[in-house]
Design a protein around this ligand. Structure first.
Ligand code: ZN
Length: 284
């Protein structure tokens, strides 16, 4: 492990795994390597029988600026050597082209990864500071508990990019339907305190003590019986899913790809480029 690693992994008290996003210079923008490393880290924590609670934190002033757009310029984006299903890329027989590579890529590393992390059989706590934009939401939302620093701000600005929402579309469950529409329609920022009022955030804490607060909560949770924690999580998740959440995610993901295809046909790239001429406050 080095400072170059996109993900840092440490164990605290033998039973708390702290996973840190580690691309601070890029505001922890998610490139493909980071997402696979993050998935590996979640697997490692899930498979370590000593680990009872997992904290997802971020190195630097910002939690995550979302997808690294430098990596996704067109429908031709590849993730050769990365896709666990090997359904896209340059392997013999897998160069289908068309909408297939982007659909497959986003399905695997955005929707399927997020849902997998959300269903990990151990409690997870996200510690969010600074900006948490679009794809950044898809890292915080899968966690069971979200602690936000006072300076945390949340935004899904994908409508400004000609898309109806990020790939992991759980906005109605996170903030309620009306607020979900408002935030999507306007690309407005959601403050930590407003996110708490909406139930998206559990607690707002001083920025300098964010990790300490997450650790304190992790220590409290780690004292409980492991299987009971898992059952409690399963029960709450089942209640959400009983409202049609998994089906809604699939429908929204299909619409997301209608948007990518629309933008590709209209502008020659998968997002509407007018985002780049908007005021800075709306940009990534
Ligand atoms: Zn997308």
């Amino acid at each position: 492990m080095s400072s170059e690693d996109p993900i840092l992994y440490t164990i605290l008290d033998e039973c708390i795994a702290i996973i840190q996003l580690n691309r601070p210079d890029a505001r922890n923008a998610q490139n493909t390597a980071l997402l696979y490393a993050l998935n590996d880290a979640f697997d490692r924590a899930a498979q370590d029988e000593k680990v009872k609670v997992i904290i997802l934190a971020a190195n630097g002033p910002h939690f995550s600026a979302g997808h690294d757009l430098r990596e996704a310029p067109s429908m031709d984006v590849l993730f050769e050597g990365m896709s666990r299903f090997k359904t896209v890329g340059t392997w013999d027989g897998y160069s289908e082209g068309g909408a297939s590579p982007l659909f497959t890529r986003e399905r695997e590393i955005f929707v399927d990864f997020c849902e997998r992390w959300r269903n990990l059989p151990k409690p997870t706590i996200a510690a969010v500071q600074g900006k948490c934009i679009a794809g950044g939401l898809m890292l915080a939302w899968p966690c069971d508990i979200i602690l936000a620093a006072e300076d945390a701000e949340f935004q899904d600005n994908t409508v400004s990019m000609g898309i109806g929402g990020v790939e992991y579309f759980v906005h109605p469950w996170e903030v309620g339907t009306r607020k979900a529409k408002e935030l999507l329609f306007t690309s407005d920022w959601l403050s930590a305190t407003d996110a708490q009022k909406l139930g998206m955030v559990n607690h707002v804490v001083p920025t300098e003590s964010l990790l300490d607060e997450a650790t304190a909560m992790a220590r409290k949770i780690a004292q409980k019986p492991m299987f009971a924690l898992r059952l409690a999580k399963e029960a709450v998740n089942a209640a959400e899913d009983a409202q049609g959440r998994p089906t809604a995610i699939k429908v929204a993901f299909g619409l997301h790809h209608v948007a990518h295809t629309h933008n590709q046909l209209k502008f020659g790239q998968v997002i509407d480029p007018t985002i780049f001429s908007l005021p800075t406050s709306e940009k990534k």
